[in-house]
Ligand binder design. Structure first.
Ligand code: ATP
Ligand code: ZN
Length: 300
């Protein structure tokens, strides 16, 4: 059953901002890969899942053309491709299965320091440098603005200084690159994070089942990130207050304590981080012997 045709192929960025996080989440899902440096493909040793290492810009097409079954890519790249296709009368075929908790960034408009921003109309008749002409084009159309889009393949942030554009529209996460280039972020036009996409093609039952299993594992991985297992002792009378204080936990387990009829042990999974402040409040409410443990795996 486990031959080459029946293995899922997942496209990930070969080397860039998304690579480490992508491999990390797959490792947490239990995938062990054998990969030599600079190899195009890594074979899953213990799951019927292989990885194809490519440029992130190629991932939407590899998936919608069914070269790969799955892909991990930023929404920014996906949305640009979708709008580009739409402009040519074609409909994008990749399907988004999950949004993942990494690769956060935003596509923003930025103006050179000292330039006044009076809203979108400031862009009227100006030149805007970007690597995302389709997403920017949609924004301009939505605001009925006529501006010239200067499409660049990189180094957008230096375009104003070179005299190639008046403004820029670029990806930002911390904003430090903008600041270093004397630019000021004025408006976000797209929020982005990494998503898992799949081919539109119906796959073999075996592959479909493995996609389902992978999704369950991804959900589990995302859930445990913030989750903690908390144990404490408490007087029975304090239970209502203590239950209120436990962050994101619906059904704690209450266990009687041998030889101590008024006291119980409370065990609970908290689906949020447990901070010192919470522990202090629990203690003030009567809890003792508090223990907080990380959760490694979870399957609901
Ligand atoms: P490739 O060679 O694969 O085409 P790249 O130069 O396009 O690489 P990276 O700079 O590695 O790509 O960024 C990959 C993705 O990381 C972006 O498309 C975006 O989704 C995400 N990202 C997160 N923060 C940022 C940021 N501050 N700047 C750029 N991209 C970011
Ligand atoms: Zn790229």
């Amino acid at each position: 059953m486990d031959n080459r045709q029946n293995r899922l192929k997942l496209a990930v960025q070969k080397s860039g901002r998304l690579t480490d996080h992508s491999l990390d989440i797959l490792a947490r899902c239990g995938l062990k890969i054998s990969r030599g440096k600079d190899q195009l493909i890594a074979y899953g040793e213990n799951l019927p899942l292989d990885l194809l290492f490519v440029r992130d810009d190629d991932i939407p097409d590899l998936v919608q053309e069914d070269v790969c079954d799955l892909g991990l890519v930023g929404l920014n790249v996906l949305e640009e491709r979708r709008l580009e296709m739409l402009a040519r009368g074609a409909e994008a075929k990749f399907q988004i299965l999950r949004a993942l908790d990494f690769g956060y960034c935003r596509l923003s408009l930025a103006v050179p320091e000292g330039v006044e921003w009076k809203g979108p109309q400031t862009l009227q008749g100006k030149r805007i440098a970007t690597t995302y002409p389709a997403v920017l084009g949609r924004y301009l159309a939505e605001h009925s603005i006529d501006a010239e889009i200067v499409t660049l393949s990189g180094a957008v942030e230096i375009a104003p200084r070179l005299g190639r554009a008046d403004f820029i529209c670029d990806l930002v996460s911390s904003g430090s690159t903008l600041a270093a280039n004397h630019l000021r972020e004025v408006e976000t036009i797209l929020q982005s994070q990494v998503v898992l996409i799949r081919t539109p093609v119906k796959l073999s039952a075996f592959k479909e089942e493995w996609i389902e299993r992978l999704l369950l594992r991804i959900d589990g991985v995302e859930q445990v990130k913030e989750s903690k297992y908390i144990m404490l002792h408490a007087p029975r009378s304090a239970l209502p207050r203590i239950r209120e204080l436990l962050p994101g936990s619906e059904f704690p387990t209450i266990i009687p304590l041998e030889g101590s009829p008024d006291k119980v042990a409370v065990h609970a999974v908290c689906r949020e981080n447990v901070f010192w402040e919470t522990l202090e409040s629990l203690k003030a409410a009567g809890a003792s012997s508090l223990l907080v443990l990380p959760v490694e795996k979870m399957l609901s």
